[in-house]
Design a protein around this ligand. Structure first.
Ligand code: SAM
Length: 430
């Protein structure tokens, strides 16, 4: 089946050109070195992303014989190899395979050059097919899935990650004219470097029904990764700001923040629907079960309806933890100040977007009270700054001898306003 029939495709450039470009990008040894080093350097949220992705793979992989498609430097394959799975890694780049061979050392792994659309493997020769960070690059996901299904045994599994169209629609609707420029770029197959493949639950289920596959799980993740994994629900308020990027950079060196990030991603985001995050891990089983697919669609729709209720407790049926456990675990995780500050950014934006959102069950009363106090202070700062900037700009004698003497005065005005008008400034100057 060709993706060209889908209404979402806006290709002016033939997809073959995009696919060739995406494939060739990884032949460059500099690219290999950069990619391989990225996880070791653990900058920003890379470590969090890797931990979540490899955990999902290990939870859902089944059987013993596993093919890692687009294995790259073995990020999915090598941890599975260590756990005793029998691994075959396929990649179009010999340079990537050389790096995996080096990292694998003496461990037995079969590595072959091959294309994701034409795997050098017999039909039904694997229990599971895994493709990590591969499908996101390709617009022809249906074609790729058909080839991956060919090499998986009946009842075996196919695991891959891709970007979520449901999430984009939840943030900006379906009218592309309303999307920010940065989002339009990622959807344009003519923009090779920025393009990202996306699918939605409906398309996935339609394909699964037609191809004789069962949708076992769609796990959303990447709500707080930044970089190429934009959370479009946070785009206007956080994702575009340098402050947010700086906060995300702390993840590389702050274990407490990392623990909070894992909790948010795995216990909250990962239990919900593809609306909540930009990326999803799809788990399919190679057997036809249209009834199970229908139940899966209903399950996703029920979570979306619960999200619309604007109350955390409405999500309880889909969480693994009880509300009480969620709240006490979160209180523990929010003890370190940086972690609390990070969480506050999310809390503040959520309340900006949904002022009546009820955190019942997620936040214990003392935690909620502190976050609400911070929010009131942040709002006072924002309002006072707007007033102060307006006053200093409107000052009738701003310039003396050609020098703008109002420069910086907004900050002094801000302090006076906060203290005397809002009554909230408690900072003392040394
Ligand atoms: C982003 S990397 C992901 C590597 C690895 N799976 C990971 O998650 O770290 C994409 C990989 O897909 C490979 N690739 C790109 N186009 C391909 C194609 N047409 N057939 C097979 N592999 C391809 C690249 O060489 C590269 O190793």
């Amino acid at each position: 089946m060709s993706h060209k029939n889908t209404p979402e495709t806006v290709a002016q450039v033939p997809d073959a050109e995009l696919i060739r470009w995406k494939t060739n990008a990884w032949q460059d040894p500099n690219m290999v070195a950069w990619y391989s080093g990225r996880m070791l350097e653990n900058t920003g949220t890379n470590y969090l992303k890797n931990a979540i992705e490899t955990d999902i793979i290990q939870r859902f992989v089944s059987g013993r014989d596993v093919i890692d498609i687009g294995t790259g430097t073995g990020r999915a394959a090598l941890p599975l190899l260590q756990q005793g799975y029998r691994l075959t890694g396929i990649d179009s780049s010999q340079a990537m395979l050389n790096e995996t061979r080096r990292l694998a050392g003496e461990a037995p792994i079969t590595l072959k050059v091959g294309d994701i659309l034409n795997l050098p493997c017999a039909a039904a020769s694997f229990d599971s097919a895994v493709a990590l960070n591969v499908m996101v690059h390709f617009p022809n996901w249906r074609e790729a899935l058909a080839e991956w299904q060919r090499v998986v045994r009946p009842g075996g599994r196919i695991l891959f990650d891709i970007h979520s169209k449901d999430h984009v629609h939840a943030a900006y609707g379906e009218d592309r004219e309303q999307w920010p420029q940065a989002l339009q770029q990622t959807n344009d197959p003519a923009d090779f470097a920025n393009y990202m493949a996306r699918l939605d639950t409906r398309e996935l289920i339609e394909h699964a029904d037609a191809a004789g596959l069962t949708v076992l799980a769609v796990v959303p993740y990447g709500a707080i990764f930044g970089g190429g994994n934009v959370n479009w629900l946070l785009y206007e308020q956080l994702e575009r700001s340098h402050k947010w990027k700086r906060v995300l950079s702390w993840f590389a060196s702050d274990p407490a923040l990392l623990e909070l990030g894992l909790f948010i991603e795995q216990q909250l985001i990962g239990q919900l629907s593809p609306c909540v995050a930009g990326r999803v891990f799809v788990v399919l089983e190679n057997r036809a079960d249209p009834q199970a697919n229908k139940r899966f669609a209903e399950h996703t729709a029920a979570i979306d309806a619960a999200l619309g209720q604007r109350s955390f407790s409405a999500l309880q049926p889909w969480l693994k933890l009880s509300l009480a456990d969620c709240a006490s675990e979160l209180r523990r995780l929010l003890q370190p100040l940086r972690a609390r500050q990070f969480f506050f950014s999310l809390f503040d934006v959520l309340l900006d977007q949904q002022p009546d959102y009820k955190f019942d069950g997620l936040l214990l009363p003392d935690v909620l009270e502190q976050l609400l106090t911070w929010r009131a202070l942040r709002q006072a700062d924002t309002r006072a700054m707007a007033i102060a900037k307006g006053w200093s700009a409107a000052c009738p004698s701003r310039t003396m001898h050609g020098v703008d003497v109002s420069q910086g005065s907004a900050y002094f005005l801000l302090e006076s306003l906060l203290t005397e008008y809002f009554g909230v400034f408690s900072g003392e100057r040394a």
